[in-house]
Design a binder for this molecule. Structure first.
Ligand code: NDP
Length: 455
């Protein structure tokens, strides 16, 4: 065999798996056909967060007046922002490549396809490997309506030559709500078109309601309960037909309607690796596919599609295969953030999920953050704890508000450790912060899940 381990895909999960395996002494090869660092570094988490931050500066400039500053805000220069972002992404790209090099992995800038379970075609070269890991991620997908190809997808947003003045964003998942905040903060008229009554299906109901209010408060025009029907060109612009024949003329239509696992043209049929109906590779708890020596991690398996989760899986797999430390990553209590405006941080069960298991004590706090008592900006913070009544364990913590992702990371440690509400209560708050609210919520807002428990 040429390699002990061959990793297909140089994104977050694949790179971590390759580096750790090499560190354990394995001979490792990695193939990446598009960009090192994958979606997260190039067309995902990292550039997205830079764009979110660009939007925040505009609002801060307005807020400053309430604190006595006279700041004259000029126009925003989109091209300058994109150039600065590109420079940073190129730097990170190089770092990812060098990390692999430094760890002693052999790098292939090419596509890899299976010939048999131990043989790959890597850019025309035949490569053999004992173990193979598929870490190819996913790609944004448009809804298949007429004219869908006239709409952009999230990959395109990072390279738009000009900022749209008026944009229709279809969907209300992570990507849709994040970009609604970005484009609105940078001055666009933003329409959010989604088929649910509230954005972010699957998130806690209070978060969903709070986010809808926050989007409306910043001037995003919401079109709930509407699906896209057609996209047409109108000169340089687009006309979106949606929600039973309504029409909207905009510069750009953006489909943020989910991602599809990247399993096409890998030659999976040659090796018996099975996929589910959405095309995701089916793996067991040890990340094994249906083929004994082939494993899969990250978004291509479509379970928890988050970079840190893919990294954790890649690391665990390398430890299990080559480090004599077999272990699995838990799917429970994986914290997540949505970098909406303001952002969301969440860990554990939603109230609805927890209530399905039995009675829960729910604590909710809503307030205007201190900064905005002077800035005058209509911006609220919502914090929530979901506590299992029988054990008094905090099974869910949710926040919508400034710094929510930074704050929930620490709360997630407590939740993973199984902290009780009494543990939260005996922790002294840090004053004056928003965070202290998590340890000072004394009065229960409501009890939920009693009916289910009585059944
Ligand atoms: P999501 O699955 O989060 O959302 C997809 C959206 O598209 C939903 O609102 C969905 O509606 C809608 N949709 C899907 N099909 C149709 C259809 N046929 N007609 C109308 N609407 C449709 O996908 P995203 O693309 O936003 O993001 C993909 C994943 O990437 C996320 O789930 C997340 O795991 C990850 N991600 C994480 C981020 C973070 O950590 N901050 C940021 C960005 C992405 P409905 O709800 O009704 O199904």
């Amino acid at each position: 065999m040429d390699f002990d381990l061959f990793v297909i895909g140089g994104g977050s999960g694949g790179v971590r798996c390759a580096r750790i395996a090499a560190g354990h002494g394995a001979r490792v090869g990695v193939a990446e056909e598009r960009f090192w660092g994958g979606t997260c570094v190039n067309v995902g988490c990292v550039p997205k967060k830079l764009l979110v931050q660009a939007g925040e500066y505009g609002a801060w400039a307005d807020d400053a007046a309430g604190f006595g500053w006279t700041i004259k805000k000029g126009p925003h220069d989109w091209a300058k922002l994109i150039a600065a972002k590109d420079k940073e992404i190129n730097r990170l790209n190089g770092i990812y490549r060098r990390l692999l090099d430094g760890a002693g992995c052999k790098i292939f800038d090419a596509r890899a396809t299976f010939i048999d379970a131990h043989t790959l075609d890597v850019g025309g070269q035949r490569i053999t490997a004992e173990h193979i890991v598929i870490a190819t991620g996913g790609n944004p997908e448009r809804v298949p309506v007429p004219g869908a190809e006239l709409a952009i997808i999230s990959d395109d947003t990072f390279y738009l030559p000009v900022m749209p003045k008026k944009i229709a964003i279809v969907g209300s998942g992570f990507i849709a709500v994040e970009f609604a905040g970005i484009f609105r903060a940078l001055g666009a008229e933003v329409h959010l078109i989604y088929r649910q009554p509230l954005p972010l299906r699957g998130f806690d109901q209070d978060l969903r309601e709070g986010l809808a209010e926050a989007l409306a408060a910043q001037g995003v025009i919401l079109h709930p309960n509407c699906s896209p029907e057609k996209v047409e060109a109108a000169g340089d612009g687009r006309i979106l037909t949606y929600g039973g024949g309504q029409k909207l003329e905009v510069d750009t239509v953006f489909f943020a309607t989910g991602r599809r696992p990247a399993t096409a043209r890998l030659g999976l049929e040659n090796v018996g690796v099975t996929v589910n109906k959405s095309g995701a590779i089916i793996v067991d708890a040890k990340l094994r596919t249906a083929a004994p020596n082939i494993y899969s991690i990250g978004d291509v398996t479509d379970r928890i599609n988050l970079t840190p989760f893919a990294i954790a899986e890649g690391h665990a797999l390398a430890d299990s295969l080559f480090g004599n430390k077999p272990r699995a990553v838990s799917l429970d209590n994986v914290p997540a953030a949505v970098f909406s405006t303001p952002p969301i941080g969440t860990v554990g069960l939603t109230e609805e999920q927890a209530a399905a298991n039995g009675p829960v004590d729910v604590y909710v706090a809503k307030f205007t953050p201190m900064r905005h008592t002077l800035s005058g900006r209509a911006r609220k913070t919502m914090m929530k704890l979901v506590v299992d009544q029988a054990t008094q364990k905090v099974v869910g913590a949710h926040m919508l508000g400034e710094d929510a992702p930074e704050l929930i990371q620490g709360i997630a440690i407590a939740v993973v450790m199984g902290a009780t509400k009494a543990d939260f209560d005996r922790t002294i708050g840090i004053h004056p912060t928003a965070a202290e609210e998590f340890v000072t919520m004394r009065t229960r807002t409501r009890v939920a899940g009693v009916a289910q428990a009585a059944e």
